[in-house]
Ligand binder design. Sequence first.
Ligand code: TTP
Ligand code: MN
Ligand code: MN
Ligand code: MN
Length: 401
Amino acid sequence: KLEETSPNEYQDNKFVCQRATPLKHHNTKFTDALEILERHAVYVDSTQRDSRALAFRRAACALKSYPKQITRIEEASKLSSVGNHSKKEILENGSSDEVQDILSSEFFKTMEVFSSIYGCGPATARKWYEKGYRSIADVHHAVSDGMKLTEQQTMGFKYHSDLVKPVPKEEAINIKDIVIKELSKIQPNCIVELVGGYRRGKLSGHDVDILITHQNNSKVEGLLHKLVERLEKLDLMVGRNPHFESKTLYLKSVKGIGEGSQRQGGHMDSLDHCFCMFQMGKSFENEKVEHSCMQTTGEADETGTSTGSSSSEQMAAVVRRVDLIVAPHKQFPFALLGWTGSKQFNRSLRDYAWKVLKVKLSNHGMWDHKHIPVRQVEATSEQEIFHELKLEYRDPHDRNA
Ligand code: TTP
Ligand code: MN
Ligand code: MN
Ligand code: MN
């Protein structure tokens, strides 16, 4: 499955989206090292993401789609994305002194710990590091001395030990099935897709991304609010905390969807989106709540055993990050493409679309700027989007840039 192009045919195409980047590749020892260098570059200067960090990521991407293991430096020299600094890593077989020094440095280790906290990006991690904090306990101490955390960080600390545990694909599917089941009670015939890394073939992830739509636009409006309300009632969501008005971590619903969509760069969009946390493996309690909930809503067709989580009774409760996204049907293929990722694949796709075709691509749609006035280009599937962009279609499994 890996060998799609022979090394001779391999072209170091300028844009990552012009070639297949499978999940499993032949140069892990180099890409692991390059990813350390990239993370370190971000930690050192998170405002300069575009220079050093990006150079390492580009090099890693070139190696990920190279159809065989690089054994000689001359091979790497043929790849224009692999700069001198990255080449040095290959010369030293992925374990240069530089990488070893980074890995053992207090700075890097601390930044890794802080960055593992949900809601803590490199800028905050850096701020804490500069204040002299070196551990989660140090931050806790600062908080008890009055340092303010954002809501997300508060949740991030509270459930840190759960949130650093990878989510196995089976559990992601289980969460998707719960969402489908609860949605069907609010709004029949929704279309639900598990997106993010799982759709690209990953067997575990740091969160569960679920994209929802409905053929009828009037059914999409307000759908996320109703769903979140229902999930909260079932006690599937955590975040109940005297400091929060709602149990929902973050729910945004922007009017005039698509308005802000022509912004370049970044991957944030204005789709209805809820960053939430699910409490999994508490089937007994969930059922109890569902029963009392059913009495008030008058639903009588359910038996207590059909929550779909009966097998998880023995399982310890664990909190999982879930992203719920609702897109209007017309925008669904674009949202699907965007939320499938990878981030780097999306970046390259947008970069390519704009630089080569003067087309602005976002999670909402695409707009042809060569055409005056600017013309929106519609598509009803991911295949059609690639076709309009004059690109060979890439299966989600080949978007692991
Ligand atoms: P993530 O869940 O951040 O990443 P992932 O699923 O690829 O990896 P992991 O297994 O670690 O969870 O985001 C999923 C995709 O969604 C990612 O390619 C970027 C995209 N995205 C958007 O398009 N808009 C957004 O607002 C966010 C947060 C992500
Ligand atoms: Mn994800
Ligand atoms: Mn996510
Ligand atoms: Mn495949």
